[in-house]
Design a protein around this ligand. Structure first.
Ligand code: F6R
Ligand code: MG
Ligand code: MG
Length: 370
């Protein structure tokens, strides 16, 4: 049976500030999605909050980019926004950038990652959700999962994985994409995806040589929406989400999680304008507090059974990630001591907020030629 998993998220109001999602928003979204499950449009769903983002994880048979599914997610966010407004939550409706739905949530404001695939005998799937960062934050961990033999032992010792994987990389400035095969093109791939604010991994595919999986069915997908391109100006970094399938010729669950033992530096954090470590946490710790962060990542694990979402298991809540959390907090201290200096503060062109034009116009008559 072919099943589609759609993970669609939006910030429809923070509680308090940009810290968490109010429980009433989760309740509202659950109530809304229940109706679509009863009517048979959705097979199953799971709603949660990570930082200030409301997350809808849904299964169905309608394929990716399906208008009906995107519309029901949109309507669910609209209903949650009404609740957010009644509680005067912070920035109520901030990600619903256009007033009317027009066929697809892509280009509207919410972030979306979707996978359609033939369900295997055992189908483990991980939903990753990050807050206070941008889609490029997934480049390093996704590369490690599917491209790095020091992370993923299976690339070396599982014959099914030995041919590597095919990476779909998007240039989010020029709106172009390129497919690159790893390991053959590893160095070229890294040259692009190391520039994570411009080149982002959108999907990963098995190669044509994969003995068990179709090279047409993506095995990982990342949301790549960028709010500033949508609104015509920089209104916010888009906190990204990703879906990753695991096992049987794909990275094992532990190989999918291993990259998060290293809290790498990502851009976002306070005012979307700072570099900081991404801290792996469980749902109960997915609240952005210190300096509106540090940026966080949550991983919920499911087994998919005839489209049912069996789970979740809160994977990064495990004590095995305690040391990564401690390292992240050390890095947070170290970065914070730079105050307004780069490289803690982002370079000018990547900042979400900037007073520079005002400062420059104030000083324009006082600048002297050298
Ligand atoms: C970062 C984020 C927060 C806000 C900050 C200021 O992505 O959401 O750090 O940028 O709290 O928010 P405003 O300008 O709404 O007061
Ligand atoms: Mg917010
Ligand atoms: Mg957010």
């Amino acid at each position: 049976m072919k099943v589609t998993i759609s993970l669609i998220k939006a910030d429809v109001g923070g509680f308090p500030g940009h810290a968490t999602v109010h429980p009433k928003l989760i309740e509202s979204a659950e109530k809304s999605l229940s109706k679509y499950k009863e009517s048979g449009t959705l097979i199953d769903f799971y709603v949660t909050g990570v930082g200030d983002d409301l997350q809808l994880i849904m299964s169905h048979k309608k394929g990716v980019d399906n208008e009906e599914i995107h519309k029901l997610a949109w309507d669910t966010f609209i209903k949650a926004t009404d609740v957010a407004k009644s509680l005067k939550l912070y920035g109520a409706g901030q990600d619903l950038l256009k007033d009317a739905f027009s066929g697809n949530v892509r280009g509207l404001g919410p972030g979306v990652a979707e996978l359609e695939f033939e369900e295997r005998k055992g189908e483990p799937l991980v939903a990753f959700m990050m807050d206070k960062t941008e889609p490029g934050a997934f480049n390093l961990p996704i590369y490690k999962m599917f491209g790095d033999p020091f992370n993923t032992a299976g690339l070396v010792i599982d014959p099914a994985m030995h041919n590597g994987f095919n990476f779909e990389v998007w240039d989010i400035v020029e709106h172009k994409r390129v497919f690159m095969k790893c390991p053959e093109e590893m160095y070229d791939l890294l040259a692009l995806i190391g520039a994570k604010s411009r080149y982002v991994i959108k999907r990963v595919y098995p190669t044509k040589q994969h003995p068990k999986l179709s090279s047409d069915e993506a095995v990982a997908a990342v949301s790549t929406e960028k709010l500033y391109q949508i609104a015509g100006e920089y209104v916010g970094k888009d906190d990204p989400v990703a879906l990753v399938r695991a096992q049987s010729g794909l990275p094992a669950l532990g190989e999918v999680l291993e990259p998060f033992s290293f809290p790498h530096l990502v851009s976002g954090w306070m005012r979307g304008s700072h570099n900081g470590p991404i801290m792996p946490v469980g749902i109960k710790d997915a609240k952005c507090t210190r300096f509106d962060g540090p940026p966080r990542v949550v991983a919920l694990g499911f087994q998919i059974a005839e489209g049912k979402l069996v789970g979740p298991v809160d994977l990064l809540a495990d004590i095995a990630f305690d040391k990564a959390r401690a390292t992240a907090l050390d890095i947070a201290d170290y970065m914070r001591r730079h105050g307004p200096f780069e490289p803690h503060r982002l370079p000018l062109e990547e900042m979400e907020y900037t007073t520079l034009p005002h400062i420059m116009s104030k000083l324009k008559d006082r600048f002297e030629s050298l």
